[in-house]
Design a protein around this ligand. Sequence first.
Ligand code: FCB
Length: 477
Amino acid sequence: MSNPASPPAVGVVDDRPPLTFPPGFLWGAATAAYQIEGAAAKGGRTPSIWDTFSHTPGRVVEGHTGDVACDHYHRLGSDVALMAELGLRSYRFSVSWPRVQPGGTGPANAEGLDFYRRLVDELLAHGIEPWLTLYHWDLPQPLEDVGGWPARDTAARFADYATLVADALGDRVRYWTTLNEPWCSAFLGYGSGVHAPGRSDGADAVRAGHHLMLGHGLAVQALRAARPTAEVGVTVNLYPVTPASDAPADVDAARRIDGLANRFFLDPLLRGSYPADLMADLAKVTDFGHVRDGDLATISTPLDVVGVNYYSRHVVAAPVPGAQPEPYWRAPSCWPGSEDVRFVTRGVPVTDMNWEIDAPGLVETLRRVHEEYTDLPLYVTENGSAFVDEVVDGRVDDVDRLAYFDAHLRAAHEAIEAGVPLRGYFAWSLMDNFEWAWGYTKRFGMIHVDYDTQVRIPKSSARWYAEVIRRNGLAAQ
Ligand code: FCB
C-alpha cells in the first residue's frame, strides 16, 4: 500500500521508514519551451500554434500569452545556477521547433540552435544531464496552416526537424524524447479544442494522434541515423481509468476511456497495433483510412526508454441520457465516440487544477506499462501539482505541493520494489510557468516566479527536493 497523500501533522510521530532509491537514480525537474522561454520574437523565432492561440481572445484565461513567460531565454545562466543549487542531476527541457527551424521547413536557424547549445553546455558544466524533448506542443504555425497534425506530411516535417536538432546537439545530449503527451496534442488540440490550434473534430483528432506517432517513429529513425548512441524515447501521459461501480455499463465506460487515453498510444508505440475494441469504439468517428501499410512498423520502431507523465486518475461511469459533460471536458469533447461517458469526482482531495490526488495510481500506472507492455527502463518524466502559493516574508511554504511530491515518490519507490525498472523522476515543474489554457493562474513550480519582476524564490518543496536528491531518497522525517 502507498502512504497517505499528506505527511503527518506537526507534532505527530512519523513512523514511516526512510526510503532509498537505486544507485544512479536520475533526479530531475522538467519545463517546456513555450511555458518558460518568452523571447517569442527574438533570435529569428517565428510563431507556433501556441502564439496564435494565446493571442486569440477568449482562448487563454485572462488573455495570457507566452510572449515573456519566465524570460528564461535571457536568464539561462542564473536559472541553471539555481538548478545546480538544488542539486538536480538532470533537467528536462524542450526545444522550440519554430526557434530552431522558423516556419517548420528549410534550414536551421543558427541563432536558435545556439541558445540550446549554450543551455546544454551550461548544464554539462554544472554536472546536470540534459534531457531533450523535441516536441512539447509548439508546432510552427505555417505547418498548421497547411493542415497541422491531421495532415500526414507533418510527420515527415517533424523527422526533418529531428535531424537538424540531432546534428547540432547530438554530440552533447544523451537522452532524447520525441513527443511530449501526444494525447494532449491530438485530443485537446484537435478534439475539444481547449489547446492550440483549437480545432474540434473527432476524426481530425484521431488522424492527428496517428500522425504524431508516425512522426515519432520517423524521428526515432532519424535520431538513430544521426546519433547511434542516443538514448531515445517518447513521453506519454497515462491515467488509470476506474469504473465508478462494478456495473457492466460502468466497466465498459472505463474500457472505452482507457482505450482513448492510454491504449490509443501504448499499443501502437509498444506493440505495433491499434486495439481492436478501440477501433470498434471509433468506427462512427473514422474508418482509419489514414493508416497506411508500414505505418505501425514505423511507429513501433524500438526505443531505449519510455517516459510516463502522471498526474491523476479518471473515474468514469456509464452515460446518463441528457446529462451534461464535466466542464473541463466541455463539448466538443476530447473523447471522440465516447463523448457521453461521465467523469465522476470522488470527493478526495484535489489540487488547484481540480485533479484528484491519487498517489497509488502512479504505482498502478508504472506497473501496467512494465507488466503489460515493455521491459524497457521507465522514467517518470513529469509529476507534480498546482496549488495557490503565498509569498510571506520572501518565503513560499508550499506544504501541499511538498506532500504531493512526497506521496508520489513513495509510490515510485513502491513500483520499483514491485519490479518496475524505474530509472528516474522529473518533478513538474522546475518553476512556475505558463500553464497553457490556464495562463499564469496555475502554479506548478518548485521555484516561485514573480512575473512582474522575474524574481525566483525556491519554495519549501524545492528545498525538500534538494534534500531528497542529496540522500537519494526520503528521510523518515
Ligand atoms: C502536462 C504538460 C505540462 C504541464 C503539466 C501540468 O500535461 O506536459 O506542460 O502543463 O501537464
